[in-house]
Design a protein. Structure first.
Length: 162
C-alpha cells in the first residue's frame, strides 16, 4: 500500500512521517514518532490506555487513523512534565501511590488533566465518573481517585496564594 505523509505537532514539536493510510494514530505516535509513553492495551477503544489529547480533547488513539489527525496538535504523556520536573498531577500520583505497574497511568493522567482543566474542584463522584472509561488492571482505583482529588486541592492552594 502506498504511504502518505502525515504532519502533526506533538508536545510542541512538528513530526512529518510517511505512513500507510490504515495506520492507527496510536501506532503512528509510538512507532513512527518514537513516543512510546502512549500505551496500547485492548486496541479497540475499551481500556483507555492509549488516551492522548488532540486539539485539547482526549481521544483514544487506537480508534483513530493517523491521517485523521493531519494538522492536529497532540499532547501525549511525554508532554505533561516540564523536562524532568513532574507536573502537579504527576506529583500527586507519585505522592498518593496512584500507580502500580503504570500501564494505565498515561491514559489516567491525560484524562484527569482534562477534567481538572474543565472542573478544577471536582467531587469524588465526578472524578470516578470521568475515569470510568480508563481501566486499571492492577485495580488501584482508590489511590488513583485520591491522587486526582489531591491534585485538585494543590491546584486550589496555589490559586489561593496567587
Ligand atoms: S488501547 Fe485504545 S482504548 Fe484500549
Ligand atoms: S497501575 Fe497497573 S494497570 Fe493501572
Amino acid at each position: 500500500m502506498s504511504k502518505i505523509d502525515v504532519q502533526v505537532t506533538i508536545n510542541g514539536e512538528v513530526y512529518r512521517e510517511a505512513c500507510e493510510p490504515r495506520r492507527t494514530l496510536a501506532d503512528f505516535i509510538r512507532k513512527d514518532c518514537g513516543l512510546t509513553g502512549t500505551h496500547l492495551g485492548c486496541e479497540h477503544g475499551v481500556c483507555g490506555a492509549c488516551t492522548v489529547r488532540l486539539d485539547g480533547q482526549t481521544v483514544r488513539s487506537c480508534l483513530m487513523l493517523a491521517v485523521q489527525a493531519e494538522g492536529a496538535s497532540i499532547t501525549t504523556i511525554e508532554g505533561l512534565s516540564d523536562g524532568v520536573e513532574l507536573s502537579p498531577l504527576q506529583q500527586a500520583f507519585h505522592d498518593n501511590h496512584g500507580l502500580q505497574c503504570g500501564f494505565c497511568t498515561p491514559g489516567m493522567l491525560l484524562t484527569a488533566q482534562e477534567l481538572l482543566e474543565q472542573n478544577p474542584d471536582p467531587t469524588e463522584d465526578e472524578v470516578r465518573d470521568r475515569l470510568a472509561g480508563n481501566l486499571c488492571r492492577c485495580t488501584g482505583y482508590e489511590f488513583i481517585v485520591d491522587s486526582v482529588l489531591d491534585a485538585a486541592g494543590r491546584q486550589a492552594a496555589v490559586a489561593g496564594d496567587a
